[in-house]
Design a protein around this ligand. Structure first.
Ligand code: ADP
Ligand code: F6P
Length: 478
């Protein structure tokens, strides 16, 4: 990764550890989500400083600040504290009430009262930019992550004109017809253009971004480059991945094997379908449970023959749409179980919590069928983690065509998650697929996650950033 003397400043809204203050005691927990999972496996403390929010409001945090800062400093992390109002308006209001649903094409969920929250978004982006400037040294490479911080590259460019700045979007970038709905579309694009390199998971997202530059700012890109404010900005596709070796090794641990056996033992005679997600309306959980109901209507002979285990870790619990989703899933699971359960069997087992490492990997190994059916997803790392854990070359992946991962994982059963009938048929096909076909597909999927890991993702992004920064420096010398 780069040359050894350069330092990386990783800037993300959430740090890879989240602080929780309970009864005055501070606990540091690993953050959940694709960004944290991917990046924390790559960046060592010696060559990287991670700047971000520790996940609690400043007021609560003050009680335990000294203890927290000591822990963060040892881990190479710099906290950016958010006040309660900023959490409400920047994080819940604008980032997760406007940009998140809009970029995932869920327009009915976009808040209509976003004006006040935009100001907070700008203000918190300034706060992050200032935190970066405070620790920046010439030669550092700045990697800004995700939709919460779209204005940071532009703010940094004003303060550090020569800095090497990369931006990576971990969620989809929508088609211009959707993006143009956003009243602050110009500001968002201009903020991003402060970077030297703007990375997306897929070519399709990169193309859609270029098309927005043309239609909204009138900027024409030449293949993967656009000229803006006297600098080159490169746009590219860098599909994120996982630390495959880590998942392969960790999932072979005897405790994981025991966990997988225990799960199977608890469901004798049943095939096991698994879902693992943050409790997020983009993940297609409601339609997944409805498809289970539909599967049992279409194939009553399957009653008692399978178990669907869904783990959903609480996420963004302060946002209204997430509160509603929690209620809806509780009701839906209750309804389906009430309708089809017998004294000795129920179709759905629902866990509203995060799984610990052994449980998660044990579940991946116990699954006959892994259901990854988001309505829209930038990449989806769960699909890759599942495959990496399958040393037995068995198990079937059912994957949404609207997940970025579908571009790389064509041997999965690819489904349209909006089509309940198709989803139920895909589940049936996965449950009844013969062993040679399962192996054929899984071996190819496994090769793909071995060949393209998060380490390649970092290397390629880093190389592309070095190249464009060098080009820009040469341009300014002439
Ligand atoms: P997102 O970034 O939207 O959360 P990804 O699928 O890319 O989606 O990443 C989710 C990450 O969070 C994965 O590393 C996955 O293992 C982890 N994760 C998701 N749900 C759970 C859960 N219920 N328990 C433990 N880890 C989870
Ligand atoms: O990958 C998308 C993402 O929003 C990350 O930016 C984020 O860290 C993760 O999902 C979890 O969301 P949050 O930080 O809001 O809990």
């Amino acid at each position: 990764m780069g040359d050894v003397t350069s330092r990386y400043l990783i800037v993300s809204n959430r740090l890879p550890i989240t602080a929780v203050v309970e009864n005055g005691n501070l606990e540091l927990k690993a953050s959940t989500g694709g960004l944290a999972t991917a990046l924390k496996q790559v960046f060592g403390e010696d060559n990287a400083t991670w700047i971000g929010w520790p996940g609690e409001t400043g007021a609560l945090m003050r009680k335990a600040r000294e203890q927290l800062e000591d822990g963060l400093e040892k881990a190479g992390m710099v906290p950016v504290y958010l006040a309660a109002k900023q959490v409400e308006r920047f994080y819940e209001g604008f980032s997760n009430g406007v940009l998140w649903p809009l970029f995932h094409y869920l327009l009915d969920t976009v808040r209509s009262d976003a004006g006040r929250d935009w100001e907070a978004y700008r203000e918190v982006n300034e706060k992050f930019a200032e935190a970066v400037v405070a620790v920046y040294k010439p030669g550092d490479r700045i990697w800004v992550q995700d939709y919460q911080l779209c204005l940071v590259p532009g703010m940094l460019r004003k303060r550090l004109p020569q800095a090497s700045i990369g931006f990576f979007l971990h969620i989809p970038f929508p088609a211009s017809g959707v993006f143009r709905i956003l009243p602050w579309r110009r500001e968002i694009l201009q903020g991003l253009l402060g970077a030297d390199l703007i990375g997306f998971h897929t070519f399709s997202y990169a193309r859609q971004f270029s098309s927005c530059l043309l239609r909204i700012l009138g900027l024409e890109s030449n293949v993967d480059t656009v000229t803006h404010d006297g600098r080159l900005v490169r746009i590219g596709a860098f599909p994120i991945s996982i630390d495959t070796e880590h998942f392969e090794t960790a999932s072979a641990h005897p405790e994981v094997t025991a966990k997988a056996e225990e799960i199977r033992h608890h469901h004798p005679g049943c095939k096991i379908l698994v879902g693992v997600d943050r409790l997020d309306y983009t993940k297609g959980l409601k339609r997944r449970v409805l498809a289970i109901e539909h599967l049992l209507e279409k194939h009553p002979e399957l009653a008692g023959k399978f178990k669907f285990i869904q783990a959903a870790v609480p996420s963004r619990a302060g946002v209204e749409a997430y509160k509603q989703l929690r209620k809806q899933i509780d009701e839906l699971v209750g309804r389906v179980n009430g309708r089809f359960s017998t004294i000795s069997w129920s179709p759905v087992q629902y866990l509203y919590r995060g799984l610990d490492g052994h449980e998660l990997l044990g579940l991946y190994r116990a699954a006959d069928v892994m259901l990854v059916t988001p309505l829209r997803d930038g990449m989806n790392l769960v699909a890759k983690e599942f495959v990496a854990c399958r040393h037995d070359d068995d198990g079937v992946l059912v994957l949404s065509e609207f997940a970025g991962a579908a571009w790389e994982m064509g041997e999965a059963i690819i489904v349209n998650p909006y089509n309940e009938d198709e989803l139920a048929d895909a589940m049936h096909r996965a449950l009844t697929m013969d062993e040679p076909e399962r192996r054929f597909r899984m071996q190819r999927l496994r090769k793909r996650v071995r060949d393209w890991t998060v380490h390649e993702w970092v290397r390629q992004f880093d190389q592309a950033l070095t190249l464009v920064t060098t080009e820009n420096a040469a341009w300014h010398r002439t």
